[in-house]
Structures are given as structure tokens and as C-alpha cells.
Design a protein around this ligand. Structure first.
Ligand code: ADP
Ligand code: MG
Length: 705
């Protein structure tokens, strides 16, 4: 494929993927479902991580937690059953060590492959098992005896999965797209002067490096995500997001919104509450009230630590909309959380004569039709739900306030989709749009907030309701586990409830669910006759809800759970939280989990169980948890502790959706991003537009937002 130059390359970048050999309508459709429609989209489909298959590690030298490739012969095969079928294959090599491969789902043909003596090459991350190291669902290949089976000569990129397209095909397609990468000048959008100053490679070079790491590449840097090629891409990606947020903000401010001024209903709610608002709640409500009174749309983020009482502030804001004869919507990221909001709002609002409707994925058929009708007629004054609120077919009569809880779980686009419900579709420049209120319990340091929320005004509820005693936090080694059973008994004897959180963050949902299942069984036995419940991510939503509700209603004493309980769950009577493998969680997540207790009057405690030996970093994290309860302090500490290479944390930054950038790891790029962003918007709006389109997509949408 010849390279193209100049103007032609713009077209090339936008060339549809159907121009690649092997991409028929079916494949194209699957790619499109992932937002991949042009060559450029595939260039920017960046590896999530790398696998190093360039060498073989003797089994004896394998380390827990460190991914590696190794080879050996099948020594024994065992098919068993523990809650579900399991296949275990022992592999040994010349280093005379053995490792166990464990499979939970497998086909008969797979079992047959593992003859004793067969040669197997595997890649995976070992962890301590019952009989030494084991790997759950490794990638593996059974080799012929004669098979020389060459080793890879460079790092293998691992791409985010695309449903319906296998990893090998996906890699091939990305390779084909890369073969058509235009030359440097045609591709580059960043000013040369900036790249030089920061010693960053061109976009072309950066893309080729991350997709096809050269043999002499700095492997450790690539794996840690700090290679100059990755930094270069991160800079451009952060810039694209920043630009899109800024432009959106500018466009938003051009819209009109209903000026909502009547406070009588909000006042009635406040007076009916069983508690007085904190000073911080009052202040933030005042900020919201002032925004709502203006004829331009509010765009406000409320940051408030877990338990700071954001919901009631949101409810009061909703009352301003309802008083004006309009509607308010509250959207939460999980059904559990949405349902909790529903219960709170019903308890608070129905006595005031306000009608609250419920719309979630599981509301179907006639019930759904009837809710939709109430929403469309305005009969439903406040509508609570999940993503289902944004679906097609949901039309409001007059939505004036859109509230999004735990915003870090949603993207900007989803927020806009809810906003658009106010205008009955995508909105033109002079449209009337709803006010937007966004709430988050994941405080992030100021610099990061500026980048992540460049389109929002920020309020902070930086005070907890009175009477909460800080959660007593201790870190205990695993060996003390048996003592905890007594501790749970004591708490429950006082009529309190407890959580036991099982985490295995390296593994799949499935393995985590299994661990929770067996912990549940053990604890049920040891704690009898206490009532123990279980929730995990692989249960049906209905069963999860039922168990959560039983716990909330005091019908269960102990809840064994995976991190599905992380966000927002409110059971004030729970006073003891035990977190297993706490050393493997990031600070923000630990803080969120701990926030589930200490919500009532009783003194609460949190036990962080860890498996020794602790790394320095893990020790510091646990220490921070013992010392402070302030989410903002914890966020700063998190940023400080998490240097480059600390990969565990990437899941918890919460600011999901980046392909390569990591707001914590790449925080030092943010000042550049901001300065450059303002300059481009002022001097080169076309370039700004192209950067946004390239990374964020939906360019047309932003143009009209
Ligand atoms: P979060 O900010 O984490 O979403 P919630 O809104 O769920 O917190 O509030 C946590 C708990 O505190 C709820 O039970 C709520 O009713 C209660 N609460 C809220 N504000 C106050 C207050 N000012 N005084 C006492 N309790 C409050
Ligand atoms: Mg909340």
C-alpha cells in the first residue's frame, strides 16, 4: 500500500474499515459496535497491556503475581467438582518444579489434549494455590514433540476485546490498518515546538512503537505505561478530552434553561427531615439554588465524601424543579444504588404529595409502558433510575433538572444523553436544556479535578453529619482470621450487622464469585445460628437486590460480598467491615468500602486483613487508612503513593474511558494540556476540532452541543 501525502491523508484516516481485506459487513458491524469505523479508529485502538513471550521462564523461577511464559510436560490431570466442574493440570519441567493450571470451564476436547507427558507452553500470572503456584485459565498451547515452536521476537500487544472478533483476528486487522499509516506530516497535529520541548516522538512513531514494540524497546517502560511513545499519546488524548470539555462548556453556556426560583417545596422537605442539614449541605444547596435561578443551564459537580449526605441535597434541588411544575430525574450507575435512592426519595417526597417514578432495565412490559406514559405526561414529577433513563423511547414532558449520581461511572456522553431528554433529542444552539447536577464520592485532587471536570463548576460537601464516630481501623495479618469470627459474633450480639468483603482483584469475576461463595459457606458454618447472606457480581440482579434488601431490613446479620457493594450502599446499622486482601486494593477503593460503615450512631470498626509479606507501598496504604478518614487527604496520598509502574491502581482512578492516559500517572502533563488547549481553541480551532474528533469521536455532536 503506497503512502499518501497531504490532503489525501485526511480521507485516508477516515477511510471505512470495510476497505481492509477480510472486513465484510458482519465484521464491520462488530467493530462499529465498539465505535471502530475508520482506519484511524484502529490506529488508536491501543494495547491495554503487553505480554512478554520472548523467553521461557523455568517453573522454579516463576513468581506469584508476575506474568511469564513457561513450558513443561503434563504430569497429572484431575477432573473434579467443587461447586462446579474444575480441571486441574499439573505441569512440570527440567527445573523439577510443578505448577497447576486450573480451569473452571472447559470442553472434553481440551481435557483430551492434556495427555500425561504432553508438552505445553503457557503464559499467565501464577498465584499461590493449595499445592504451590497455580494459574487460573492461562493461555496455553499443546506442542508437538518435534515442534520447535519459535519464541516471539518482540512484546505482544494485548488489545481491549471486541465482542465477536477473536484476539488474533483483531491483531491482524490492526496490523493491516497500521500498514496504511500515512507519513509523519500528514498525521501530526501537535505543534513541533511542543514535542521538541518535551522530547516526545511524532504520532506516527509513537503509534508504531506501541503497536509493534521494536526489539530494543524499553520493555519495563512500555509495560508500566511510561514509555515516551505512550506519554506522547497520553498527552494528545488528554488534550482531546480537555478540548472537548471546554468546547462543550462554551456551547452549553450558550443554551437557555428554565429559571427555577420557587423554594417553598424544598423548604417543606427540609423541615420534614429527621435531621438538620450540615453547614456544608446548606452552603452547597445555596450554590445550586443560585444556579437554578438563572436562565442558563447549571453544570455543577458536587464532590462529597462517602456519607456526607449528597442525596438529600439533590432531593431539595429536585423540589425546586417540581415546585416550578417541571420534572427532575436522578440517574445512578447500578440498580442497587438507584433503588436505594428511590426508597429514600419516596420516603421523603411522597408525604409532600410528590410523585416519584422508577425506571430500570428490569422494569418491562406493561409496567414499563405505564411508567413511560407517566414520564411523558408529567404525572411522574421525579424519575429515579439507571441507564434505562437514557434509552430511546423515554420522553419527559418537561425535564428541568438532570441529576447524575456517582458520576465517575458515567461518561460525558451519557450525561449529555440524559440532558437531551429535556429537549426531546439532540439540541440546537437556542434550545432550552435541563440544569445538570453531578455527584461524586470519589474526591480527586484539585489539579486532576480541573482536567477531569473542565466543563463543570465544583462544590464540595466537606463536612460529615454530626454524631458519626470515626471508623476504628486496624490492619491484621491473615493468620488472625479465626479471631474475627468471635468479633462478628460480638457485634451481632449487640444487634449490629457486619460486612465481609472478598476481593481478588487480579482474577475474573467468576473466580472472585467462587471465593465469595466458599467464604460464605465457611462463615455460615462457623457463625451458626447467625444469618449470613451473599452478594457477588455473577448473581442475578434480582437475587442481589433481594439479599441486599434483607440485609438492609435487618434480616441478615452478616453480608459476605465482593466489591459490588462498593458504591453508595447505605445500611446505618452495620458497624463492622472486614476487607480481605486489603493490601491489594487501592486507597480510593478501600476508602469507598470503609465508607459503608460508620453511617449510624454506633462506634464502627474496619478490619483490613492482609496476607504478609507486605510491600512498602501496601504498608503505606494501609497505614494511611488507619490514620485518616478524610477522602480528600486520602486522594492526595493516593496520588503521591502511586508512582509510575504502580499498575494496581488503574482500575480505581474512576475516570474511565481513556485509551492510554492515566490521570494519576500522567498528572504532570496536565498543565501542558491546559495551556496548549487554550492556545489551540484561540488560534487553531480547526486543529482543535481534529484532535477532538480523532480521540473522542462524536465530533459532529460536539459541534452542535
Ligand atoms: P452520600 O453522600 O455518601 O451519598 P447519603 O446521601 O447516602 O450520603 O447520606 C448518608 C446518610 O446520612 C443517609 O442515611 C442520610 O439520610 C444521612 N444524612 C444526610 N444528611 C444528614 C444530616 N445532615 N444529619 C444526619 N444525617 C444525615
Ligand atoms: Mg450517595
Amino acid at each position: 500500500m503506497p503512502k499518501r501525502h497531504g490532503g489525501a491523508s485526511v480521507d485516508l484516516q477516515l477511510q471505512p474499515l470495510s476497505s481492509l481485506p477480510g472486513v465484510g459487513p458482519r465484521v464491520a458491524e462488530k467493530l462499529a459496535a465498539r465505535g471502530l469505523t475508520t482506519l484511524q479508529d484502529l490506529w488508536l485502538q491501543l494495547p491495554r497491556q503487553y505480554e512478554d513471550r520472548t523467553s521461557l521462564t523455568p517453573i522454579r523461577a516463576l513468581q506469584p503475581g508476575v506474568a511469564a511464559q513457561f513450558e513443561g510436560r503434563v504430569e497429572a490431570v484431575e477432573r473434579g467438582f467443587r461447586y462446579r466442574p474444575v480441571l486441574r493440570v499439573a505441569i512440570g519441567d527440567d527445573s523439577r518444579s510443578t505448577l497447576v493450571l486450573r480451569f473452571f470451564h472447559f470442553r472434553a476436547a481440551q481435557v483430551a489434549q492434556f495427555r500425561v507427558g504432553a508438552r505445553v507452553r503457557c503464559y499467565g500470572t501464577p498465584k499461590p494455590g493449595q499445592l504451590g503456584l497455580e494459574i487460573v485459565h492461562p493461555s496455553y498451547r499443546v506442542l508437538d514433540d518435534e515442534d520447535a515452536a519459535a519464541l516471539g521476537d518482540r512484546l505482544d500487544p494485548v488489545y481491549p476485546a471486541v465482542e465477536g472478533i477473536g484476539p488474533v483476528s483483531l491483531r491482524r486487522l490492526i496490523g493491516l490498518a497500521l500498514d496504511r499509516l500515512p507519513d509523519e506530516d500528514a498525521l501530526e497535529l501537535l505543534p513541533a515546538e511542543l514535542r521538541q520541548r518535551l522530547s516526545l516522538p511524532s504520532l506516527r512513531e509513537a503509534l508504531l512503537t506501541v503497536h509493534r514494540p521494536p526489539q530494543d524497546a524499553d520493555v519495563a517502560a512500555l509495560i508500566a505505561g511510561v514509555h515516551p511513545a505512550q506519554r506522547r499519546l497520553a498527552l494528545e488524548e488528554l488534550l482531546a478530552h480537555h478540548l472537548s470539555l471546554r468546547r462543550q462548556r462554551i456551547a452549553q453556556q450558550a443554551h437557555r434553561a428554565p429559571a427555577l426560583k420557587g423554594l417553598a417545596l424544598a423548604e417543606r422537605l427540609r423541615k420534614a427531615l429527621p435531621f438538620a442539614l450540615t453547614g456544608a449541605q446548606k452552603r452547597v444547596f445555596d450554590e445550586i439554588r443560585a444556579d437554578l435561578a438563572k436562565p442558563s443551564p447549571m453544570l455543577r459537580l458536587v464532590q462529597g465524601d462517602v456519607g456526607s449526605g449528597k442525596t438529600v441535597v439533590a432531593a431539595m434541588a429536585a423540589m425546586i424543579a417540581v415546585h416550578a411544575g417541571k420534572q427532575a430525574a436522578l440517574m445512578a450507575p447500578t440498580e442497587l444504588l438507584a433503588e436505594q435512592h428511590l426508597n429514600n426519595l419516596r420516603a421523603w417526597l411522597e408525604p409532600l404529595g410528590v410523585r416519584v417514578a422508577w425506571l430500570a432495565g428490569k422494569v418491562t412490559g406493561k409496567a414499563r409502558a405505564s411508567v413511560l406514559q407517566d414520564v411523558a405526561s408529567g404525572q411522574a414529577q421525579v424519575v429515579v433510575g439507571t441507564h434505562a433513563l437514557m434509552q430511546e423511547g423515554v420522553a419527559f414532558r418537561d425535564l428541568a433538572l438532570a441529576i447524575v449520581d456517582e458520576q465517575h461511572r458515567f461518561g460525558v456522553h451519557q450525561r449529555l444523553a440524559l440532558r437531551d431528554k429535556g429537549a426531546g433529542g439532540a439540541v440546537g444552539a437556542d434550545a432550552i436544556v435541563p440544569h445538570q447536577l453531578v455527584m461524586t464520592a470519589t474526591p480527586i485532587p484539585r489539579t486532576l479535578a480541573m482536567a477531569a471536570y473542565a466543563d463543570l463548576d465544583v462544590s464540595a460537601i466537606d463536612e460529615l453529619p454530626p454524631g458519626r464516630t470515626p471508623v476504628q481501623t486496624v490492619a491484621l495479618s491473615d493468620e488472625r482470621r479465626p479471631d474475627l469470627v468471635q468479633r462478628i459474633r460480638n457485634a451481632c450480639a449487640e444487634g449490629r450487622q457486619a460486612y465481609w468483603v472478598c476481593t481478588l482483584i487480579d482474577d475474573s469475576d467468576e473466580v472472585e464469585a467462587q471465593a465469595a461463595q466458599s467464604t460464605f459457606e465457611d462463615l455460615s458454618r462457623q457463625l451458626a445460628p447467625l444469618r449470613v447472606g451473599l452478594v457477588h457480581g455473577r448473581m442475578k440482579a434480582k437475587d442481589k437486590q433481594a439479599t441486599m434488601r434483607a440485609f438492609k431490613d435487618g434480616e441478615l446479620d452478616l453480608l459476605v460480598a465482593t466489591t459490588v457493594i462498593e458504591v453508595g450502599v447505605d445500611v446505618p446499622n452495620a458497624s463492622l467491615m472486614i476487607i480481605e486482601n486489603a493490601e491489594r486494593l487501592g486507597l480510593a477503593q478501600l476508602h469507598q468500602l470503609r465508607g459503608r460503615v460508620g453511617r449510624g450512631q454506633a462506634a464502627s470498626s474496619c478490619v483490613l486483613l492482609y496476607r504478609p509479606p507486605l510491600s512498602t507501598l501496601a504498608r503505606q496504604r494501609l497505614e494511611t487508612m488507619r490514620q485518616t478518614h478524610d477522602g480528600f487527604v486520602i486522594a492526595e496520598k493516593d496520588l503521591e503513593l502511586r508512582g509510575p509502574g504502580e499498575l494496581l491502581g488503574t482500575r480505581q482512578t474512576g475516570l474511565a474511558g481513556f485509551r492510554v492516559a492515566d490521570l494519576v500517572r500522567d498528572a504532570d502533563l496536565l498543565p501542558q494540556v491546559q495551556a496548549l488547549g487554550e492556545r489551540l481553541l484561540a488560534q487553531a480551532p480547526d486543529t482543535a476540532q481534529r484532535i477532538v474528533a480523532r480521540w473522542v469521536g462524536g465530533a459532529a455532536r460536539y459541534a452542535s452541543a
